[in-house]
Design a protein around this ligand. Structure first.
Ligand code: C5J
Length: 228
């Protein structure tokens, strides 16, 4: 099957079916719901809910086609051996990583708050990458997973736009992946940071990658079915 052209900035993105993974970054209860890590940092977590529906629409489109899906979780081992003190001790949060909160210990694997929100819960066979850093390539098997499946293109959704999404896109770009961010499927506690991040990604001829609207992506995928 030939590449699917997606209207995008700074110019159309050519999506190669079968070689393009959907990467859903950190759509976890700890960031999206009250009582989690995001709230402990003093953020208005209600702003992130807007990304869940669009991310679900992408997830359904990928699942319908049997294309690869990767979920990430920012998370730490229960003994916090993979959490640098600099990360845990930064700032003056109400609760720190590993402290008990209403959804269990913050950002600790196996705790309810660390799980992906129910609307986007991974299915058996979908890859889940637990990442101790902001970028999904740092200290994880992500690169090996992508290489094993012959994946060359990554379509991104998730939170937060300027932190873990942008960091991962930059890591991926440096490793040679062609990256597209779906605008409605990403969110930030700071809407101005989301806008600035998207502007940075597409500037200078797509120095980090591409950005496209949700309907542009879904419309192009649907259109490609009738072209089959
Ligand atoms: C943050 C993330 N913002 N997933 N994590 O600490 O963006």
């Amino acid at each position: 099957m030939s590449d699917i052209p997606i209207p995008a900035r700074p110019y159309p993105y050519a999506l190669p079916p079968g070689r393009c993974a959907l990467v859903l970054i950190d759509l976890q209860r700890d960031f999206v719901e009250p009582g989690g890590f995001g709230a402990a940092l003093g953020n208005d977590v209600s702003l992130l809910g807007a990304a869940v529906g669009p991310a679900r629409a992408l997830l359904q489109a990928w699942r319908a086609r049997g294309w690869p899906v990767i979920h990430t979780r920012e998370s730490h081992a229960p003994d916090l051996s993979d959490c640098p003190p600099a990360k845990r001790e930064r700032g003056q949060p109400a609760l720190r990583i590993g402290d008990p909160g209403p959804m269990g210990r913050l950002l600790v694997r196996g705790e309810p708050g660390c799980e992906i929100v129910p609307a986007l819960a991974p299915l058996p066979g979908e890859t889940v990458i637990d990442k101790p850093g902001k970028g999904a390539f740092h200290a994880t098997p992500l690169q090996a997973v992508l290489q094993a499946q012959g994946i060359t293109h990554l379509v991104f959704a998730g939170v937060t736009t300027e932190v873990c999404v942008q960091t991962t896109m930059r890591e991926a770009n440096d490793r040679g992946y062609e990256c597209l961010l779906v605008e409605e499927a990403t969110a930030s506690y700071f809407p101005e940071f989301k806008a600035a991040t998207i502007a940075m990604i597409v500037a200078q001829g797509g120095i980090v990658g591409w950005a496209a609207g949700l309907n542009a992506v879904l419309g192009a995928l649907e259109g490609s079915k009738s072209a089959d």
